[in-house]
Design a protein around this ligand. Sequence first.
Ligand code: UDP
Ligand code: MG
Length: 332
Amino acid sequence: MTTVESLRVPAAQEAGTVRVSLVIPVMDEEESVTVLHEQLTAVLDSLDVPSEIIYVDDGSRDGTLDRLTDIFRADSRVHVLALRRNFGKTAALVAGFTEARGDTVITLDGDLQDDPAEIPRFLAALEDGYDLVSGWKRVRHDPASKTMPSRLFNATVRHFTGIPLHDFNCGFKAYRREVLDDVKLYGELHRFIPVLAFRRGYRIGELEVTHHPRRFGRSKFGAARLFKGLLDFLKVLFLTRYMQRPLQLFGMLGLLLSAAGALGFLYLFVLKVLGQSIFQSHGPLLFLSGILIVTGLQLFMLGLLGEMMRHYAYQPEEEYSVKRRLTHGEPE
Ligand code: UDP
Ligand code: MG
């Protein structure tokens, strides 16, 4: 979606309206939420900025929703969204973002591993001009089965995107509202919000955060997430780089393969003209050349098909992202 930052005072800055929204996805965190809420309350009270806390219960099967309901009753800043089943962290975040009214949105995990005391530092970093500030669990208190794959994942994403973050998937992040309106999140894309935002032209910053070991419950993500994450990364690379121009990717690959096949045939043709029996002496090359040409043509057609879908799915506002718009004479 296009974002427009107009010069009038944003509605959210008027007295009493929410400036900062905290979005917290939780699934089976019954022991943590009450403690977390106490910590959050202390931090928000000290901040003196109009704020709200949105807990998204992502289909918990334990007493999380009951705890959240108690918290809701006792605190007018709190909203609770209970999803009908477990939809996954990305969906839970999207639900929270849709509910959030602040011009600044902060996400953190609900398992007490992220420290609410860091919130003021995130807000300060946004004041410094960043659009998205991502936490970095430099000293991380998780088992090696999580931290090792995570290092590999981060190194890969860093290498291919050129974004110098250490910890793409950190749940602790702060956003200017327009960033969230400008990225499409589905599947498990929450891991790639910085990549998606960067491609839309937003300024990304990083902040070292303290990380605590899990006190209650257990992690919802196993080692399999490395593979899922890397597959999703291919998807993200494709979406951010080539979806705008599929023929450039598929067409180029297709042409290369077909050209290699054509060269093979040319070579065989010359041999034939020179009187060799190519079936006997060069059978494999004959096969290979044929396969290369057919595969190449298929890829090329896939590129054309991609262009066709692109053409019909065209939406002008997705082609760019507006940072600021100065105009004359428009009614406010
Ligand atoms: N979470 C969620 N839905 C899910 C999985 C996790 O809302 O399907 C929440 C979870 O309750 C926690 C946060 O996402 O608040 C991070 O999950 P977890 O702590 O299990 O991840 P880890 O810290 O092990 O990477
Ligand atoms: Mg955790």
